[in-house]
Design a protein around this ligand. Structure first.
Ligand code: MD3
Ligand code: FE
Length: 214
């Protein structure tokens, strides 16, 4: 089953750097289930543009599912059990999403990955994410699993210092990357999204990141 999924697009997995494994089109085996899950989540917890601690509006719109959700506002970056817009718990992580993350992690050598948070990012043309590290999670031993959907993006994969020159990686619809081990704390970002129209998603890119946050 794992082999079948990884070979969905006839492309083998590729190690981008120690601990970082690209699984091309891995998410397409259950594309319909995945898109239905994302829709269910964002119907309950609408995409919104959060504020950085410095007071800037993020160009990426975000939602979350799972026991914990990543939030930012003037008080800082953190994980919260409730959606600050509604006061409700974040929607549960759909089984189709959880299983995809578990299977991808196992395929990359991380057995038993049990994410409690999934951040859902929505990019419109022009939206970007500046270089940063993901370090609000309690445990850096667990990997982060990312799933790209919709319009293609140029991902920037840096080093352990902000000043390390990033490598560009093209990420397209259905690509999954598992970021663990020595790659877990590398700086990364996303170049401004180019204009385009995706046959199923339209004029957007959606990125899911599964995390062990708590
Ligand atoms: C490399 N999202 O939400 S996913 C983020 O495409 C984030 O929306 C980007 O960075 C996006 O925090 C990139 C790829 C990714 C995610 C986490 C990483 C790459 C990573 C953690 C460590 C190293
Ligand atoms: Fe990140």
């Amino acid at each position: 089953m794992t082999e079948q999924l990884s070979m969905f697009g006839r492309e083998p997995s590729r190690e981008l750097s120690p601990g970082a494994v690209l699984l091309p089109q891995f998410a397409l085996a259950d594309e319909a289930g995945l898109l239905a899950g994302v829709r269910a989540v964002t119907e309950q917890a609408a995409f919104r543009h959060m504020q950085t601690p410095g007071g800037f509006r993020m160009s990426v719109a975000m939602s979350n599912c799972g026991a914990l959700g990543w939030v930012t506002d003037r008080a800082g970056y953190r994980y919260e059990a409730r959606d600050p817009e509604t006061g409700d718990l974040w929607p549960p992580m759909p089984t189709s999403l959880r299983e995809l993350a578990r299977l991808a992690a196992a395929h990359a050598g991380y057995e038993g990955f049990d994410p409690d948070a999934c951040l859902v990012n929505r990019y419109e043309p022009g939206a970007r994410m500046t270089l940063h590290q993901d370090k609000n999670e309690r445990d850096f031993d667990a990997p982060i699993v990312s799933v790209s959907l919709g319009l293609p993006a140029t991902f920037l994969f840096g080093g352990l210092a902000r000043s390390d020159r990033p490598v560009r990686v093209a990420l397209t619809h259905g690509d999954v990357v598992v970021w663990g081990g020595p790659s877990r704390l590398r700086f990364h970002g996303v170049m401004p999204l180019a204009e385009g129209e995706h046959p199923r998603l339209g004029r957007i890119r959606v990125n899911l990141t599964f995390r062990k946050a708590g």
